[in-house]
Design a protein around this ligand. Structure first.
Ligand SMILES: Cc1cc2nc3c(=O)[nH]c(=O)nc-3n(C[C@H](O)[C@H](O)[C@H](O)COP(=O)(O)O)c2cc1C
Length: 344
């Protein structure tokens, strides 16, 4: 199936693995690329050395194009982005910040840039900055989807930009791909679906919970990490999202999280002071790391909190990446054909 996105990135299928901390690892990225999609490495929890190593590992596992996700607001993100430019990563996907300099840097070596957006305003600004494509994340999405549902947000943004759009948030099977194409998108990004694949490093407890949970079993709240985010509905998540964490506790916990990416305390403090207007949000964001790790890595859904999308309600099986992609693509082709033949 060819679209503007498959042509732009030189991939076989209009399917993207988005960046997901601890999940979009080199192995999962390479599995998606080798199956014909575009895998995007999550660089959020990686130190500079780990970012270099992860890029090298992907290159050892696949010769296909791949991407790297950069959450610009996070401490350490700019340094990781500079490494991605230096190592000429084919696709840079940035979010939560201004990426003009990334566009400039990637253009030097023929790299492509995707901006993740959740509003019209940011979509227009990103297009103006010269990005090659947008990843538009609707309300249904795991983690930081927008206020507006994919059903309305995707066509709304498609109408106001000229560049191709990857639809994210609620897409997990062949029906989702057909729907996204019908809305004017050129590809889908599937987070919850690939997180629940055989190759995903998410703890088995989380995979089992995704299969069991229903479409309404998520919570969308600003109280977890300071930004509106969607998580799996569990007693721990209900407790964690009831009210925002105390600022002082959040700051201490965010220092612990910074250690994870080998960031010296002085650098973190300079970063926090430089973004003083966002200091509370950054602290809460960092503080959430502990609970996310507990769920995603340790499988502790009693105390941890798991990002997940509403699409968990249509995920009924743990399948390999290759099977997921085959099923989505062949199912979509059949559906498109049967829709074309339908008598109205
Ligand atoms: C388990 C999980 C972890 C995620 N972690 C991150 C993350 O660390 N950073 C980020 O920007 N998005 C993260 N996301 C969101 C995805 O990048 C993507 O926007 C979302 O999954 C799309 O919606 P879907 O889950 O309905 O496919 C995560 C998603 C999942 C399912």
């Amino acid at each position: 199936m060819q679209t503007r996105i498959t042509e732009l990135f030189g991939i076989e299928h209009p399917i993207v693995l988005p960046g997901m901390s601890w999940i979009s690892t080199p192995e999962l990225v390479a599995a998606v690329c080798n199956a014909g999609g575009l895998g995007i490495l999550a660089s959020g929890p990686l130190s500079q050395q780990q970012t270099r190593d992860a890029i090298a590992t992907i290159r050892s596992l696949t010769d296909k194009p791949f991407g790297i996700g950069i959450t610009l607001m996070m401490p350490g993100a700019k340094q990781n982005a500079k490494i991605a430019l230096e190592l000429q990563v084919p696709v840079i996907n940035f979010s939560l910040g201004k990426g003009d300099w990334l566009v400039e840097g990637a253009k030097q070596y023929g790299g492509k840039v995707i901006a993740t957006v959740v509003t019209e305003k940011h979509a227009l600004a990103a297009q103006k900055s010269g990005v090659d494509a947008l990843l538009v994340t609707g309300h249904e999405a795991a983690a930081h989807g927008g206020e507006v549902t994919s059903l309305c947000l995707v066509p709304n943004i498609v109408d106001i930009v000229d560049i191709p759009v990857i639809a994210a948030g609620g897409f997990a099977d062949s029906r989702g791909l057909v729907a996204a194409l019908a809305l004017g998108a050129d590809a889908v990004a599937m987070g919850s679906r690939f997180a629940t694949s055989l190759e995903s490093s998410v703890h088995q407890n989380v995979k089992n919970a995704v299969i069991e949970k229903r479409v309404a079993d998520t919570i969308y709240s600003k109280n977890f990490d300071g930004l509106y985010a969607r998580v799996m509905k569990t007693p721990a998540a209900q407790k964690a999202t009831k009210k925002p964490m105390n600022f002082l506790i959040a700051t201490i916990k965010s220092f612990k999280a910074a250690k994870m990416v080998d960031m010296p305390l002085w650098k973190l403090l300079v970063g926090l002071i430089a973004q003083f207007d966002k200091i509370k949000m950054l602290s809460l964001f960092g503080a959430a790391t502990e609970k996310l790790e507990a769920a995603t890595i340790d499988g502790d859904l009693e105390n941890g909190v798991q990002f997940i999308g509403q699409s968990q309600g249509v995920i009924h099986e743990v399948k390999s990446v290759q099977t997921i992609i085959n099923d989505v693509v062949s199912g979509a082709e059949t559906r498109i054909q049967s829709l074309a033949n339908k008598q109205v």
